[in-house]
Design a protein around this ligand. Structure first.
Ligand code: SAM
Ligand code: DTB
Ligand code: SF4
Length: 327
């Protein structure tokens, strides 16, 4: 059930992208779709540039929400231990190392249902300011936000707020029951109104069908304006969660999702996010061709491993691609 303070109607999006149009894009022969997406990508972006974000879990585990995929949900018995919010100094030290290693954005994640107006939020505000002072772009993902909290983050200089819609509305109830799709949309609206850039995308492999994937992309593309940043994650199966059994997502379906996202949201950064460890170099190259222009770098995502920094650097070099921070 939505919380009392979030029961007002979700903001209506203007000019909705019809689901039928998105499904028709999915049905396009794959290489025709990739060709079209690559052309859109080249019109709006430098195709040699890859935006590189580094993640840090600043408050891990014990989350009251029941998201079925997540290692940090208090409803699942997973190998992830619960920890308190990290110290600002330790976080900024990690951010400095990320910058030295070539990241251009530092993203801090907290396993909270929602932000509370307390000392922990004051500390996150300090962290955002510190990351900005290092000359990095800043991003946080802290759960649900109220408008005044989004404004405080904006005043601290926050560049992006990540809050994923995760899947299509029709499938959301199969993934999480402790908050609603409209709760997610209300937070995105608060972020947008505060003038912070929106980072919102989803996960493939939650037992959804192609229609649910098309619904997700239609919903994101119908936000007005569309998100600046759209992460496409593939499920990293976590032992002890209801979704520990992997729904195999073929790499061609991931390429399709990226290509459709690129066509629908020409200006957004499309982020090839969690799940890259399961993709070989050729499949990743195809994702970049289809319009992905952003990745997470560094040894870990939030609680799971990411490809080794050395192998990522080698892949980008082989493809003549450049990390945005180095170009
Ligand atoms: N609590 C905040 C929230 O829900 O927005 C922030 C943290 S949450 C871990 C951020 C996003 O990471 C989720 O929305 C989901 O898309 C992605 N994610 C989490 N666990 C994942 C997993 N096991 N595999 C793939 N993506 C995952
Ligand atoms: C997003 O869409 N993917 C990132 C970031 N936003 C916060 C998180 C991926 C988490 C993968 C599972 C884990 O490491 O716990
Ligand atoms: Fe995980 Fe975020 Fe859901 Fe909490 S709200 S269980 S941290 S995805």
């Amino acid at each position: 059930m939505p919380t009392p303070e979030t029961t007002s109607a979700a903001p209506a999006a203007t000019a909705r992208v019809p689901l039928g149009d998105v499904l028709a894009l999915f049905e396009t022969p794959l290489l025709d779709l990739v060709h079209r997406a690559a052309a859109v990508h080249r019109e709006h972006h430098d195709p040699r540039r890859i935006q590189c974000s580094q993640l840090l879990s600043i408050k891990t585990g014990g989350c009251p929400e029941d998201c079925g995929y997540c290692s940090q949900s208090g409803h699942s018995k997973t190998p992830v231990a619960r920890e308190a919010l990290l110290d600002t100094g330790a976080v900024l030290e990690d951010a400095r190392r990320a910058k030295d290693a070539g990241a251009d954005r530092f993203c801090m994640g907290a396993a909270w249902r929602e932000v509370k107006d307390n000392a922990d939020f004051d500390r996150v505000i300090e962290m955002v300011k510190g990351v900005k002072d290092l000359g990095l772009e800043s991003c946080v993902t802290l759960g649900m936000l109220q408008p005044h909290q989004a404004e405080r983050l904006a005043e601290a200089g926050l560049d992006f707020y990540n809050h994923n819609l995760d899947t299509g509305r029709s499938h959301y109830g199969e993934v999480v029951t402790t908050h609603s799709y409209d709760d997610r949309l209300r937070t995105l609206h608060a972020v947008r109104n505060a003038g912070v850039s929106v980072c919102s995308g989803g996960i493939l492999g939650l037992g959804e069908d192609r229609t649910a994937r098309a619904e997700l992309l239609a919903e994101l593309a119908s936000l007005d304006p569309a998100p600046e940043s759209v992460p496409i994650n593939t499920l990293v199966p976590i032992e002890g969660t209801p979704m520990s059994e992997h729904q195999h997502v073929d790499w061609t379906e991931l390429v399709r999702v990226i290509a459709v996202a690129r066509v629908l949201m020409p200006r957004a950064d499309i982020r090839l996010s969690a799940g890259r460890r399961e993709l070989d170099e050729g499949a990743q190259a195809m994702c970049f061709l289809a319009g992905a222009n952003s990745i997470f770098v560094g040894e870990t995502l939030l609680t799971t491993p990411n490809p080794q920094p050395g192998s990522d650097a080698a892949l980008l070099a082989k493809l003549d691609l450049e990390p945005a921070g180095r170009s």
